[in-house]
Structure formats: structure tokens, C-alpha cells
Design a protein. Sequence first.
Length: 212
Amino acid sequence: MLNFSDHFPTLIASDNNSELAVKTLPTIVKYLKYAEKVYFKTCEISGKKVSGGLKDVWGYKTSYQQNYPSGFQELKNISAIKPLKDYFLLKSTEFLLQFGYTKSTCKKLFISQMFANEMFRGETHSVHRHPRGIVSGVFYLQVPSGASPIIFQDPRPHIELIGPDENTVCRNNYNVADVVIEPKVGDIVLFNSWLPHLVPPSPFQEDEGRIT
């Protein structure tokens, strides 16, 4: 009889705070309008300068930038979202404690980047990671019916070499190639920043935006 033991796991954590989502949504909608108005005439992606507005650069509306223009007010510096920042730090601490980080280390946590996104039917964000971070999170403020999920991919290189094994008879943590999470308003999803993830295009989403 074989003795089994688990190794090399990672965690994806979730929680829900719909009350905070409802309170925060108007601020984020207003911020996205501000960012669009002051849209970045040029930005850098992988060292290359790209021209255009928020949607022209990324394919969907986002306030993310690698280098913000002078005078631009970053989302993390807006006083109205302090409750959201406090919530992020609280949940990130819970996440890291589960990984074995100490409480004293978690007290040093800070938010390095924070940005707002709005995606409509057919818009997508290809697979990516978040460099220079420890924990990344997505907070769902508006999730219309039919909106896209978030998909996490197996980061181990064997998937790229041989692909998912179609001969397995059941889906479990040892053979799955991706994890699909269908969010609802108020959900927060936390994960290691190195974990590859993507947002597929949705052919079904209603006319309003999926705001995170």
C-alpha cells in the first residue's frame, strides 16, 4: 500500500464584503472617469512607448500604468478608499499568515500598486503575472450577468511541456491545468503575485461593465 504526501501547493483565498463593494463603487466609477479624462498620452509596456487612451493601450479601461504621468493622482492615494485599503491589508495578512509569515513581518505590509478596471463584452486580459509583489488581489465591485470569470493556470512547467492529461478520469488538484472562479459582487480573491492568471472574453455579458 502506497503512502501519499502532498507537496508544492499554493493557495487561492476568497472572502466577500458586498457592503464595502457597494460603498466603494461610486468612487471607482468617478476615478475611472478622471483617469480617462487625464488619459495617458503615452505609456511604457515592456520598455516600449505606446500612445493612446486607457482602452487603446490595454484593450479595456484600466487606470494601471507602469509609469504614471506627473501630477496624476494614483488610486492608492485617494482618501475615500482608505476602508478598502485597510480591508486589503487585513485579508493579505490572513493570507500570508497561512503561508507561515510572522505577524511582525505582516505589519510591514504596504500596497505598492492599486488600479481600477472596467471590462465589457468581448474584452480580455491575456495570461500574466504581477512582478514586484508578494500578494495580489481582485475586489469585485460590479459583476453583471454573464461577466467573465478569473482563471488561474498551473504555474508548473510540465503543463507547458506536455499539456493537460486527457486520460485522467476525474478532475482533482493533482491533474487540473486551471482553476476557474466565477465572482459575484463583493468577492475578493487573493493569490501569490507569481501565479499566472487571465480574464477570458465574455460573449454573454450585459451592457454594463465588470468593475474591479
